[in-house]
Design a protein around this ligand. Sequence first.
Ligand code: UD1
Length: 383
Amino acid sequence: MSGTILHIVGARPQFVKYFAVSKAIRAFAEAHADSISDVLVHTGQHYDYSMSKIFFDELSIKEPEFHLEVGSGAHGEQTAKVLQRVEETLLKVKPACVLVYGDTNSTLGGALAAVKLHIPVCHVEAGLRSYNKSMPEEINRILTDHSSTVLFCPSNSSVDSLRKEGFTKIINGGKLVSEQNVDREIVSSSITIDTPLVVNVGDVMYDVLLHATAVAEKRSAILQQLQLTPKKYFLLTLHRAENTDNPQQFEEIINFVNTISGETPVIFPMHPRTKKIYERVIRKFDRSVRIIEPAGYFDVLTLLKNSALLLTDSGGMQKEAYWLQTQCVTLRKETEWVETLEGGWNTLFTNFTHRTPASSRQSPAYGDGKAAEKIVAVLHKLL
Ligand code: UD1
């Protein structure tokens, strides 16, 4: 490969996604005796140790070459700072392409900076839609996808959403690709911002999970630390702006959690955003809900794998629960991860009546654990 790949990350789940791709880049370079220049930019959207550095330490992610220290702020302000500081960085590095991940303000700011400099944007986790534009993430997804030259989709439904929005250049009819499809079907010269390429590679988070569950088993002592018995507690996470920033919605969720948990202990690693707002709401969680600091990746996986039920508004954790076969109730009115709803593995809390066992599993959605390898194979064709 020639030319530099520049990755933009900034928020917790992006560190995990980047880990998968960087590992595959290293493996590709070793297998092909090729050196790939790979620059990491951390926008600084997340900056607390427990929201950022812990993931770099646990996953041995390299120190970012650029740290933009954008920090917190209103959506426009935060996105604008990312846009401005990424643009300055791109002018220095002059990468061949920019990889952005997921749906955060760092994703959108990074994509806009690159596309305006005519640098191809490759979007990892493209095509996800909640069809709810009051979510900041939905705006970020749509605008990032429509600024991208290569759209790496994690599922069939995400390809379908892009098809409905007018994307036509879709490899392998939108089905999960193999490296042979990539070799056969991708002609780099015909891929431009005006003829973007859609590729279903599967989900990079599944790649990481397959690697990390064994490591988590050895490294995490969280069950002992919290004195938990497997399958005798629930796990709760809650941080979405549409839940926390609306007091009525926040209280509705608190009521729901209190009702569903009864006497069962609920472990709640609380996001800093939620912590600040929780101090101001009148309704409180029952005593069975144990609030702890945000946990690292290995502790969260261990808590999730051993919990009887996950209650969450996180996108990533809905999928992790699905892969680990832990039932999930999603604390939202809709989900982009529609495949997780099949067989009762995931239920929207608005549809929840009572807990029935999930049915046995067909082959899991979201790829075969080789999404990152396929991303690198595509990039190799393009660079
Ligand atoms: C962001 C993403 C969301 C993703 C989540 C993962 C957007 C619009 N949202 O939400 O899609 O699921 O990351 O966690 O980009 N804060 C701290 N310390 C930190 C980071 C944040 O105290 O290290 C507090 C600040 O008060 C901040 C608030 O959390 O204002 C919200 O942080 P922000 O980065 O704006 O969005 P998230 O809610 O984390």
